[in-house]
Ligand binder design. Structure first.
Ligand code: GLC
Length: 649
């Protein structure tokens, strides 16, 4: 489409919708300024379709509708958020991911929990999926049967709106998911497809026989090989095979059909206009499929995300986009956008590589793999940021790259075997009690389930009533949290971890959950047990206060804003890893001992500090350390960490 033709379409459509005058100028500028880009991205995907221009026109209408429906309070917030640069880089953002029912009961009980969250230091709440999904076939809410109706288990859309208002009043933020890759097989679109409606059959990938599925499965990795092998399921009523990469009740949406993108963009705007601050795009790596490929991370998947990003930037710019791409380290980075689109795809991504590397270091007591991988992780573009975490509702994948494992002298196959055994409950001598998830005998792949506390040894220590082991596991929990909290980016605490919840095996008695051991680390919160956090010396108090202290430190120092101002230190002791964060004259050193034994590090590690500086201030316990000579050493207790501020006076 010609530039001029595009501009007259945009002007006409604005006119038709009464979007004119100074009041709307900023929006019109954004639309005109990005219209060409939007069209370019759209035509990259759908240039071969005859309806290209008519569906693009419908997309423009959607964008205008979203803007028109945006409440004035959110329009104001959009403006405010961008005043000081990208708002989500701020150190004051600390998230907690939680299941509303398991944490508070329902949505109406959430507002009264906000003070508690603020007291811990949390300012962003990630509400795990809330929209309707069939009980027993919900994948924890990631099989959505209605994107607009809150599941009655959690309450109503009004409860959600009230919660958003309460969060906003407290200067807190809300994050929810859009499950973009698939719907539940009980979604209205799936039901219509099943009844023979070809318009909706085209919303999914459906096949009359196994010919294409068989060919595609040759190159498509299985996501849930134990509970849902293969990537296609047979639907009896439709008498067709349907692509279902995750569980067989999760049908993959067909984004080669622009009507699917339109329907999902409309849903994205519906969420934006609920006042969502961060939209977590679930499983974006999977949204485009092509025969002969893994059907993951394809260029068109990125084009779709870029299209969404541009559309959101025009209509609802205050909402940031998080891409939940849990893929190979180099590929994760591509979700921040590359080339011309650097910084114009997802604003945030999960630092899944770092998370897995911290578990690697904990299991091996060797931090060299973590350090080697930073070469890749540090390539994050400025202006984007990470979600840093130690645990979440999903399993831990060991997806880091083989060549770095080799570089530090291990055999990648044996190394992963060891990690699976150590963390996955297969090694008698390991303090960890986790389990293997997604075991695939064909590829020998497996991931790991278990809570932070159980994987850090608390479950075994409590069972043995071994106080020394209990303290050691608390130290490990805080070490893991400290490492991810000080990295820069948004730390995302998983609910229950602030008290050290251990694995919950009751999911085994529920047939809707027993096939999925990720439920072992999705606890039911017992607020009576949590009250122990107020009693000095309890396990809960030691973990809660430690975490609270870490978050306070982070908020109190501007070096923790994420301005890509992090430098890893050279390794001097393989069990100790560290970095410094720098802002102008200010420097903070963060050092972590991943060993169960005392360790030491020569003061040479601090050689970059300005001559004449004599001491370091430990922000965690308020003590001072005098900087010794380069050949003298700083001692670490088992699993001890330091957060040192360099005292210049
Ligand atoms: C994401 C979710 C996970 C879910 C999957 C399929 O990875 O985090 O829990 O099973 O997508 O929706």
């Amino acid at each position: 489409m010609e530039n001029n033709a595009l501009f007259s379409i945009i002007h006409a459509i604005c006119e038709k919708n009464n979007i004119k005058g100074i009041k709307h100028q900023a929006f019109i500028d954004r639309l005109i300024g990005n219209g060409k880009l939007l069209y370019f991205l759209f035509s990259q995907l759908y240039s071969k379709r005859e309806d290209l221009e008519s569906v693009f026109y419908q997309m423009l209408e959607l964008i205008i509708k979203a803007y028109k429906e945006r409440q004035s309070q959110f329009l104001k917030r959009d403006e405010q958020k961008h005043k000081g640069g990208a708002w989500f880089l701020n150190r004051e953002l600390v998230g907690m991911s939680l299941y509303v029912d398991r944490f508070a009961g329902d949505l109406s009980a959430m507002p009264e929990k906000l003070e508690y969250l603020q007291d811990l230091g949390v300012s962003l709440v990630h509400l795990m999926p809330l929209f309707e999904s069939p009980e027993g076939a919900s994948d924890g809410g990631y099989a959505v049967s209605n994107y607009r109706v809150v599941d009655k288990r959690f309450g109503t859309i009004n409860d959600l709106k009230k919660l958003q208002q309460s969060l906003q009043e407290k200067n807190m933020y809300m994050m929810i998911d859009i499950v973009l890759n698939h719907t539940s097989n009980q979604h209205e679109w799936a039901n219509k497809a099943r009844q023979g409606d070809t318009f909706y059959q085209d919303f999914y990938y459906t096949y009359n026989d196994r010919a294409i599925p068989n060919q595609m499965e040759v190159t498509m990795p299985e996501v849930f090989p134990e509970s849902s092998p293969g990537s296609f399921s047979y639907d009896e009523q439709m008498n067709k095979w349907v692509m279902s990469v995750f569980h067989n009740y999760q049908w993959d949406l067909n984004f080669t059909n622009p009507q699917v993108l339109k329907a999902m963009l409309d849903t994205i705007f519906f969420y934006a206009n609920l006042g969502v601050d961060i939209l977590r795009i679930d499983a974006p790596a999977f949204i485009w499929k092509q025969m002969g490929t893994t059907c993951q991370n394809l260029p068109e998947a990125h084009t779709i995300l870029q299209f969404i990003k541009v559309a959101v930037e025009i209509a609802t710019p205050g909402m940031a986009i998080l891409g939940e791409a849990i893929v190979a380290p180099k590929q994760i980075l591509e979700y921040f956008g590359k080339g011309f689109f650097t910084n114009h795809e997802c604003d945030l991504a999960y630092n899944a590589t770092q998370m897995a590397l911290q578990w690697d270091a904990l299991a091996t007591t060797d931090t060299r793999n973590m350090l080697a991988n930073q070469h890749t992780i540090l390539q994050k573009p400025k202006g984007t940021t990470w979600i840093n975490y130690t645990r979440c509702h999903d399993d831990i994948g060991l997806g880091f790259e083989d060549h770095y494992i080799e570089q530090v002298g291990y055999n990648p196959y044996l190394h992963r075997e060891y990690l699976k055994n150590y963390l996955g409950g297969r090694l008698e001598s390991s303090p960890s009690s986790g389990d293997l998830f997604g075991v695939n005998p064909k590829t020998n792949d497996a991931r790991i389930s278990g809570t932070l506390a159980s994987l850090c040894g608390l479950e075994k220590a409590i069972n043995k009533n071994d106080e020394e082991a209990i303290q050691m596991s608390i130290d490990k929990i805080l070490l893991m949290q400290a490492n991810s909290i000080f990295l820069g980016g948004i730390p995302m605490i998983f609910y229950g971890d602030e008290f050290g919840y251990t694995n919950d095996y009751s999911y085994l008695k529920d047939p809707g959950k027993s096939y999925d051991n990720r439920w072992m680390h999705r606890p039911m919160i017992d607020w009576k047990k949590n009250a122990n956090a107020k009693k000095k010396g309890t396990v809960e108090q030691r973990i809660f206060n430690g975490l609270q202290n870490l978050l306070k430190i982070r908020k109190g120092h501007s070096v923790f804003d994420d301005n890509n101002n992090l430098q890893w230190l050279e390794s001097h002791n393989r069990s100790i890893v560290g970095f410094k964060r720098i802002l102008n004259e200010k420097q903070v050193f963060c050092l972590f001992n991943y060993s169960p034994d005392p360790q030491s590090l020569t003061f040479f590690a601090f050689h970059s500090i300005k001559y004449g500086v004599k001491k370091l201030f430990n922000l965690y316990d308020g003590s001072y350390t005098v900087i010794g000579k380069a050949n003298e050493s700083l001692s670490f207790k088992p699993y001890q960490f330091y957060v040192f501020s360099v005292e210049t006076n």
